[in-house]
Design a protein around this ligand. Structure first.
Ligand code: HEC
Length: 262
């Protein structure tokens, strides 16, 4: 009898444990959690050539005015991205440049300092130093802020010298913060924490299109950080295929040798 009670007890306990996470999830769902922008990822694929081509077009239209890619030559870019020299000249390269040149910014360094307070950095290695996710979050978390010289601000890089150059496409967002009470060393302080964005002026692209625009742009910067990775990946496929075929031959050979031994 005591045994039966104990069994019933443990079954109840197991059921309770089983349903606890559900009950908890249901409870937190009601109160809208703050937007977790820190977990946003770039989601780009360097093996996707069409995406790289779109990313290159985005970069030359919206970034190359201020940012250079000083380790990347136009000719290298064209051959890696399967762009013809004619397309390169017509769409990406300034008329004064030659395909053997490195990608330069149109903006003179001195003007950069005069206009933005600092020279826009070269972006050759940005994807390697900051990581694609960081750049993606940077491009997606600009918001209006009249208190700064650029009248905008950013969650990933607070008070950036870079203006919100993509607001025509994305629209203008306002950031909504909420006050969170925290106790540090027994002292109560109020901290402003980001909650969510509100679009106040819509852009030319909707949210999904803008996300795709950023994904392609980041993809191109990821490629630019290490152009060889495009080749390396396609070589990798051939190496694996070669090894498979080689294994098959080795197996046939082994069969041939051992045929007479048995
Ligand atoms: C009007 C000039 C201008 C344009 C156009 C521009 N930027 Fe910037 N960018 C800047 C300046 C200035 C900084 C320096 C920001 C700082 O450090 O406060 C910067 C910083 C950055 C950084 C941070 C680099 C780092 O590691 O700190 C990234 C990434 C970046 N820009 C990407 C882009 C991309 C991508 C585009 C095109 C969509 C773009 N920028 C267009 C001026 C510009």
């Amino acid at each position: 009898m005591r045994n039966a009670a104990a069994v019933r007890h443990s079954i109840l306990l197991a059921l309770a444990l089983l349903f606890t996470p559900l009950a908890y999830a249901a409870e937190t769902e009601g109160a809208a959690a703050p937007v977790d922008w820190e977990s946003w990822q770039a989601g780009n694929e360097v093996s996707n050539t069409a995406s790289l081509q779109r990313g290159a077009r985005n970069f030359f239209n919206y970034c190359a005015g201020c940012h250079s890619l000083k380790y990347l030559r136009y000719s290298r870019l064209a051959s890696d991205l399967h762009i013809t020299t004619a397309q390169l000249r017509a769409n990406l390269m300034p008329a004064s440049a030659s395909p053997a040149d490195y990608v330069k910014a149109s903006l003179a360094a001195a003007d950069g300092v005069a206009w933005f307070g600092k020279q826009p950095p070269d972006l050759s290695l940005a994807a390697r130093s900051r990581g694609p996710d960081w750049i993606s979050r940077f491009l997606r978390t600009f918001y209006a802020d009249p208190s700064t010289p650029t009248r905008s601000n950013n969650l990933q890089l607070p008070n950036p010298a870079m203006p919100a150059v993509l607001s025509d496409l994305e629209g203008v967002k306002q950031a909504v913060f909420r006050n969170v009470e925290t106790v540090v060393d027994g002292k109560q302080t109020t901290e402003k924490q980001f909650d969510h964005f509100v679009t106040v002026v819509p852009g030319q692209l909707d949210a999904a299109q803008y996300e795709a625009f950023v994904r392609d742009t980041v993809n191109f910067l990821d490629y630019a950080g290490e152009p060889a990775q495009v080749d390396r990946r396609s070589i990798g496929v051939w190496v694996v295929l070669f090894l498979l075929v080689f294994t098959w031959f080795a197996w046939l050979l082994k069969k041939e040798y051992w045929k007479d031994v048995h």
